[in-house]
Design a protein around this ligand. Structure first.
Ligand SMILES: [Zn+2]
Length: 566
């Protein structure tokens, strides 16, 4: 079937830099609480849920579900990496030699789709159906947007990819074990899309699939009525709800999360499977967890709205939220993934924007100016550094990091302040019960050590056929250097030969305008194919190579443009 496309690419090897072996972020111990929160993964194995349903567990930081039907196997989610998916497939082959007849993506996140090439033969020779919500293209396009460095960097930070000890075979994340040496990421393009509740029979097994925009706008929950098995995908797990995320994810729908629970409650499942973590069995236990989960989500949402409406700031809302006592200490709802306060901050920002109801935010001094004044109030930079040290000694790491941040923002005692902040972050990383907090803090320490953020490589080069060409040109905008272009007027035509599209760029004193069409008398004309345009704007291939290969032909001096780009 020629609509199937497979692409392989590598994500981990594309960092602009790695941590040095001497980095303080490696070998930071894990707290006992977090160790307990990740202790359930143990060895990779297939867990038999029913005669026909197996959970591929701990092969990756995510689960797969194998449904063995009359004449074939249906794979729900494909693990994150091809190597890990192949290991799970090897285990499946010990149970059945029936062919794989369908793949279902519960949503498009890389961890649920990245191993797909292990299950679907490469190229146009496969007749395997690959199902996804009709909304699936939006996220793939987002990965090719100018925001891709942020999207990929926060994923890397959250999962801890950049701060794993070098050479380690496996480390534990609260989502599941991570195998750093498994790096091959694939994405088999869906060839069947679903909209609305769909009942169908695959390999003789009845499925009910409900697309429900929630964690992602292409999220789907799945019901196998004959088996009593519901698959919640990433609408929930045995951890605190994640209605919002520090990664941003603007498509996330808090109300969709709650609706997904109501859909699953109506199914009355005996077994509840999740995208991450162990399965839950028993009608009562399943009903209780889903009910508690949706009730926590409901009260978080309602309390946040109440806080916004009553004029509380975002941080006040996060500090003051309370759960009903019977849910507060529920071991199934520990904030071992995102912290509860982050969820409230995320909901607040989603619902009411950045403004926190206090007009101070409209007029307050810039961060550097505020920091300088706080340092004066503290009695000078040395005095503030001493206080940061005292806070470190007393174990008040958040305050130590705050004080060190004032010094860094004001460019005072920078070396010592950076050291103090790294110490605060790594100390907290060793204490926290939250996996994400640990890895964000260690990644933050790495950022401080390196003097800049983790820079992920552009890794979606093969998924761009559906992205309009003008979006590739958008990638250039954030690369314009404001200072170097401050006095420049430069006109550039881009002729895209294979699609016969024309674009005109204008560098106008610090701003890059991009429009369709052409300048009458441009300073520079660049002639290339569409795929070369992406290689150029995303920085996939050095421009010198593109020029010497003849992939970019020029009329005029391209050096004038390149000198303005970061
Ligand atoms: Zn996931």
């Amino acid at each position: 079937m020629n609509c199937i496309k497979v692409s392989l690419f590598f994500v981990l090897v594309l960092f602009a830099f790695g941590a040095s072996a001497a980095s303080s972020v490696f070998n930071v111990p894990m707290s006992e609480d977090l160790r307990r929160n990740v202790s359930m993964f143990e060895e990779p194995r297939l867990i038999k849920v029913t005669d026909r349903v197996y959970l591929a567990y701990a092969f990756d930081l995510v689960n797969s579900v194998f449904v063995i039907g009359d004449d074939g196997v249906v794979v729900i989610d494909t693990l994150a990496r091809v190597e890990n998916a192949q290991r799970a497939l090897t285990e499946l082959r010990k149970i059945t030699d029936k062919p794989i007849v369908a793949v279902i993506y519960s949503h498009g996140h890389f961890d649920h789709t990245g191993g797909s090439a292990a299950f679907v033969a490469k190229g146009g020779d496969s007749d395997i159906s690959v199902y996804a919500s009709e909304n699936w293209p939006r996220y793939r396009q987002e990965l090719v947007s100018p925001l891709y460095p942020m999207i990929n960097r926060r994923l890397i930070e959250q999962v801890g990819f950049a701060v794993a000890s070098p050479g380690v075979e496996r480390y534990e994340h609260v989502l599941g074990p991570v195998y750093p040496k498994a790096v091959t990421l694939s994405y088999v393009t869906p060839n069947r899309t679903l909209s609305g509740r769909t009942r169908m029979t695959l390999a003789g097994v009845k499925f009910e699939i409900v697309p429900i925009p929630s964690e992602m706008d292409d999220e789907m929950v799945i019901w196998l009525p004959e088996e009593g098995v519901a698959y919640a995908a990433d609408t929930m797990a045995q951890m605190f709800p994640f209605l919002a995320t520090p990664r941003s994810e603007p498509s996330r729908s808090p109300r969709g999360f709650i609706k997904a629970k109501d859909i699953m409650l109506d199914w009355r499942p005996k077994h509840l499977l999740f995208g991450h973590g162990p399965a839950l069995t028993g009608k009562n236990a399943v009903r209780e967890l889903i009910t508690n989960y949706r009730d926590v989500e409901q009260t978080l949402l309602d309390q946040t709205i109440a806080a916004i409406n009553s004029g509380k700031t975002r941080d006040e809302a996060a500090a003051e939220v309370r759960l009903p006592p019977h849910l507060d200490k529920d071991p199934m709802l520990i904030d071992s993934y995102h912290r509860a306060s982050w969820v409230i901050k995320g909901l607040y920002s989603r619902l009411s924007g950045w403004f926190g109801n206090d007009a101070l935010e409209l007029i307050q001094h810039a961060p550097k100016e505020e920091a300088s004044r706080m340092i004066l109030l503290a009695g000078g930079a040395n005095r503030m550094l001493q206080q940061a040290q005292t806070a470190l000694d007393e174990g008040d790491y958040a305050w130590a990091a705050q004080l060190a941040s004032y010094l860094l923002r004001a460019d005072q005692n920078v070396v010592a302040a950076r050291k103090a902040k790294i110490k605060a972050f790594t100390s907290l990383a060793a204490l926290t019960h939250s996996g994400n907090e640990r890895y964000y803090l260690l990644s933050g320490a790495l950022w401080l050590e390196n003097g800049g953020p983790i820079v992920p490589g552009f890794n979606q080069a093969d998924h761009t056929s559906m992205v309009p060409t003008e979006e590739f040109i958008e990638l250039l905008g954030p690369r314009l250097d404001l200072q170097r272009s401050a006095d420049t007027l430069l006109t550039v035509n881009l002729d895209i030969t294979d699609t016969q599209e024309q674009f005109r760029l204008t560098v106008r004193r610090g701003v890059l305008e991009r429009r369709m069409g052409k300048h009458e008398k441009p300073n520079l004309t660049l002639i290339m194919e569409r795929k070369t345009l992406l290689a150029f704007t995303a920085g996939l291939v050095p421009v010198d190579t593109l020029l010497s290969d003849g992939a970019i032909r020029t009329r005029g001096d391209i050096g004038r443009l390149l000198a303005l780009l970061n």
